[in-house]
Design a protein around this ligand. Structure first.
Ligand code: NAD
Length: 490
């Protein structure tokens, strides 16, 4: 029993289990509020059992395998996701309400790709070697060797559940670690399904474990405070990261954090307007604005400001809100009623702070069953001052504010005036300007004339309050491995 039977279970030591906890919680559809499944909430004893299984598995067959053997198994995991593509797709769309067209192109294929890329990459990573002189003239050789860090706690969010969870589990396992995953309480199903895929692929029991529940005083806290955990990788809100960092401080466990953002797009008058509109439409509204890399602040050079606002408005008003399975749906609901209340509080605040509502600003009339879903209108504002909470804080909804600027220097200053530093987009056809501005953006990821274009070998992460460390390519190895120096006297 995983999720399809209407119950979502933990996956501990290679087996699905309801655990020892008596508590369950409901997983409801953001589309129409209907009940999807009942999820078992892990007790402290369940989390302890998962960590114990993961520790034991480090010393079992997984720990004795060669890199080639582990990589071959991870390829089978990727193939297993692809084989069950429809099951994963249905589960992800049910939990999140996102359009099938989006999840089938991004979430599920990337979930599989995350295992292949790291399986191949880790096999081919070289380490350093230094020869040194010694007083006796015979010398010594130093070489470094990478080994797994140990048991990794993976805490993942709800916006891209399978994609972001496997983005951590893939490299963690490729490096020989074992994991205990705590998926978001909003989206437990695809992580639960992955347990069966792991078994089919031949991943030994205890290497991949899943516990369900919430953060404080629940599975999240039980996991991050468990002394058997050697490192914590987390994607989610900056405030949650602060709480997890405190938990990690006990026992001096390292953390890897991908946190929130308040990402700017800077659109220069010399841009290709069609491309800038198309890219900004995606970066503001994709996944109903629930993308950490999404744009919530748009700065447009004054000569093209009016045209840009008019065209983005037309684009937003052309978006079709609807059920995930409807072919013409561009936009789903927000993840939950709770998140909708948060987003709507910013819609209200924008008006209180004197914004001009260019479009949207409220709740759409969806009718029928959908009236019980967490829908909001795609929204664009102008006219806010930069100190408004709407400009300062991450909203995580289908909305943006557009402000005019005059000079390149002004645009850079406005874009960087934020405590966050995850991503930025720059739209210009001037090559020198593209390099100049990209170099000055205080962000871990800068896109020029594109958005969400990702080569999985490149570093991924944020500066300032948007994260600690980099995932992607060889960069994640800093967290997922321990580097040891061996010095041999000749
Ligand atoms: P969240 O911080 O509320 O929750 C994330 C996970 O942390 C969930 O599994 C939750 O149960 C768990 N959690 C909460 N409190 C905890 C605690 N005290 N101890 C241990 N675990 C705890 O985030 P969310 O609402 O699920 O996701 C949205 C946020 O994630 C946004 O801020 C978004 O920007 C961010 N995000 C960042 C990236 C990135 O790559 N930088 C990617 C996606 C999402």
């Amino acid at each position: 029993m995983t999720a399809t039977a209407g119950k979502v279970l933990h996956f501990i030591n290679g087996e699905y289990t309801a655990g020892t906890g008596a508590r369950t919680f409901e997983n409801r559809s953001p589309v129409d509020g209907s009940l999807i499944s009942v999820v078992h909430e892990a007790s402290k004893a369940d989390v302890d059992a998962a960590v114990t299984a993961a520790r034991a598995a480090l010393k079992g067959p997984w720990g004795r395998m060669t890199q080639e053997e582990r990589s071959a198994i991870l390829h089978k995991v990727a193939d297993g996701i692809t084989k069950r593509f429809d099951e994963f797709l249905a589960a992800e769309c049910a939990d999140t309400g996102k359009p099938r067209s989006l999840a089938s192109h991004i979430d599920i294929p990337r979930g599989a790709a995350n295992f292949k890329i790291f399986a191949d990459l880790v096999k081919n990573v070289a380490t350093e070697c230094f020869e040194m002189a010694t007083p006796d003239g015979k010398g010594a050789i130093n070489y470094s060797k990478r080994g797994p860090r140990g048991v990794i706690a993976v805490i993942s969010p709800w916006n891209l559940p399978l994609l972001l969870m496997t983005w951590k589990v893939g490299p963690a396992l490729a490096c020989g670690n074992t994991v205990v995953v705590k998926p978001s309480e909003e989206t437990p199903t695809t992580t639960a399904l992955l347990g069966a895929v792991m078994n089919e692929a031949g991943v030994p029991p205890g290497v991949f474990n899943v516990v369900h529940g919430f953060g404080p005083n629940s599975a999240g806290e039980f996991l991050t405070t468990n002394p058997g955990v050697d490192g914590i990788t987390f994607t989610g809100e900056t405030r949650t990261g602060e709480a997890i960092m405190k938990a990690g401080a006990v026992g001096v466990r390292p953390v890897s954090f991908e946190l929130g953002g308040k990402n700017p797009a800077v659109v220069f008058a010399d841009c290709d307007m069609d491309k800038a509109i198309e890219g900004t439409m995606r970066s503001v509204f994709a996944n109903c604005g629930q993308v950490c890399l999404g744009t919530e602040r748009v700065y447009v050079q004054r000569p093209i400001f009016d045209e840009f606002v008019a065209r983005l408005k037309a684009g937003a008003e052309g978006l079709k809100l609807g059920r995930p399975e409807d072919k013409d749906t561009n936009l789903g609901p927000l993840i939950s009623q709770e998140h909708r209340s948060k987003v709507l509080s910013y819609y209200k605040k924008a008006v209180e702070d004197g914004a001009t509502v260019v479009t949207g600003g409220g709740v759409p009339d969806m009718g029928g069953d959908l009236a019980n879903g967490s829908w909001v209108q795609p929204t664009i504002w102008t006219g806010l001052s930069e100190d408004s909470a709407v400009i300062r804080e991450e909203i995580f909804g289908p909305c943006c504010h557009i402000r005019p600027f005059d000079t390149e220097e002004e645009a850079i200053e406005l874009a960087n005036d934020t405590p966050y530093g995850l991503a930025a987009a720059v739209w210009t056809e001037n090559l020198a300007r593209a390099h100049r501005v990209a170099g000055q953006m205080e962000a871990g990821i800068v896109w020029v004339n594109s958005w969400f274009l990702r080569d999985l070998r490149t570093p991924f992460g944020g500066s300032k309050q948007s994260g600690i460390g980099r995932e992607g390519g060889v960069h994640g190895l800093e967290f997922y491995t321990e580097l040891k120096n061996v010095c041999i006297k000749l």
